[in-house]
Design a protein around this ligand. Sequence first.
Ligand SMILES: Nc1ncnc2c1ncn2[C@@H]1O[C@H](COP(=O)(O)OP(=O)(O)OP(=O)(O)O)[C@@H](O)[C@H]1O
Ligand SMILES: [Mg+2]
Length: 254
Amino acid sequence: MVILEAKDISKIYGDLNDESSTIALQDINISINAGEFIAIMGPSGSGKTTLLNIVSGLDQPTSGTVSIEGKQLSQFKGEKLAQFRRRQIGFVFQDFNLLDSLTVKENIMLPMILEKKQVDEMEGKVDKLANLFEITSLLNKYPSKTSGGQQQRTAVSRALVNEPSIILADEPSGNLDSKSSAVIMESFEEIVETLSTTVLIVTHDIFAASYCNKVIFIKDGSIHSTITRKGNKKDFLQQIMANVAVVGGRTDVF
Ligand SMILES: Nc1ncnc2c1ncn2[C@@H]1O[C@H](COP(=O)(O)OP(=O)(O)OP(=O)(O)O)[C@@H](O)[C@H]1O
Ligand SMILES: [Mg+2]
């Protein structure tokens, strides 16, 4: 089943006739099936965040269409779009984006509160996710009193709580040390395997990308190549490294 489809996406910032305009994306086509775990890699400025913002409905393409579970994003406006995004997409950010005036538990519940869910259902969901991500003992703490890795696991729990069709993450391990990065990538791996969640991440980190099943390389706003994991992580890591060497970009390894 196709979860996300981006067709002929182009994005131009500014007026095309203006010298200062930027062609950020050009003729991007991506189709993501249920249960896929995909990384987007590419040099700084190649268009990764722009693409993520467009497929999530945060920004509009200059041309082309995005569909999630067969529904074109452009048919939704205002509160309808906000609601569709809230139900279908889970977001994870580099800087976690947790609210520090709320506890870990309240942060995880927030998307359900917005959906006016029953308290019992919310409590049950939070317990299940906290258990899965080993943050049960932190539920009543404030995010700033927990570690970066714990904050990101809280953010992943929050992203999952409404059972979205897809999780989108821009550099989810960008602000984490190597051990916490591994834990976050393992938790994505686990939700893909156990909950059949579909996950799309942007990363500069080849080790993080090696957890995925597929890596899409973007260069100058176009898809340069796509590689699919066939063997183990280590072989895939080598393959990713070879592609990064061709496409360019940082080769951070945590
Ligand atoms: N709001 C904007 N207005 C104008 N130009 C923009 C805007 N956002 C991004 N750009 C330009 O579009 C291109 C793609 O930017 P984008 O942020 O998507 O790159 P990226 O691949 O995410 O880079 P990084 O790895 O540094 O995060 C760049 O040339 C950038 O300068
Ligand atoms: Mg970016």
